[in-house]
Design a protein around this ligand. Sequence first.
Ligand SMILES: Nc1ncnc2c1ncn2[C@@H]1O[C@H](COP(=O)(O)OP(=O)(O)O)[C@@H](O)[C@H]1O
Ligand SMILES: [Mg+2]
Length: 322
Amino acid sequence: MAAEEQADIVVVGGISTDFLVQGPRLPGPGDRVEGHLFLESLGGKGANGAVGAARLGARVALIGRVGMDARGLALLEQLEGEGVDIRSVGRDAGEMTGVVLEMVDEAGRTQSLASPGANHCMKVADVMRAEERITAARVLLAQLEVPLDVVSAAVHIARAAGTRVVLDPAPAMDLPEDLLEAIHVIRPNAKEAEALTGVEVRDRDSARRAAENLLRRGVGGAVVASPDGSLVLWSEGELWLPDLALERADTTGAGDAFSAALAVAIAEGESLTEAARFAHEASALATLRLGALGGLPTRDQVESRLARLGPSGEWPESPHHP
Ligand SMILES: Nc1ncnc2c1ncn2[C@@H]1O[C@H](COP(=O)(O)OP(=O)(O)O)[C@@H](O)[C@H]1O
Ligand SMILES: [Mg+2]
């Protein structure tokens, strides 16, 4: 996007290099397993969210930090190549660019170890420098891979300006009430929902209990991912989105795709139900390819899936039960 252009969506979050190896099984402690596939790509939930929203056609600006190293520079180039405005991404002279080592087995189960590097050195001042951009945007998309005071500063600026906040609360942790009260829509997976609410999310009913807890604490709406589908809850109703029957490669980044698509649809003025349906299709598409970034779908891909939905808004296939 052109330098003077205003962003519809501002993302504040982590940027890292993802190193992924796929093998027959995940190693246990002390094990060594021979893998058969290696992928290196741009990653981090901030970057995934920004690229995810840009591929869906939104004008996106990212607030974050990388190191002065070669990896940091390469990631910035890739973000620009995806059309993300990186003027608010700082370069830290004293820290390396974040890195995530990810392992995937043949069933798509994953395990990862991260070294956040520059992401953890972000300061509230980084957000304050981008205050006007948050104020002028329609949606702020955030996750929890950068310090909580940084996320909180961005969220409160957004709240005061009427910019809607979509929060993907990963990695899992509990959050202060003042932050929850400022959230338009929160999208935890099962583990994150449990860390936030204490409710063990196993199915639709337990997902609803977790979502109800979040609404009582002030969020406008919640989308809680469970092992067999996502429960969308807001003050006036609920929507159940069963997982779709697909040949999935891995679900890593599928949640990031969901949050990005939710942010895009909300920025376009869609209701939460419409936004969640759109996001559900984007998320399902993201499971088809290995790695987070490669799976983030384009607008055309999501729309052609939506166009094939039956008149009831349901997929003709039976829901997927893992
Ligand atoms: N078959 C499927 N159909 C639709 N969505 C799916 C399917 N399998 C997984 N998902 C989605 O994948 C997402 C995984 O979320 P999450 O655990 O947050 O992933 P990540 O943080 O790695 O992006 C959920 O939103 C879930 O609904
Ligand atoms: Mg997630």
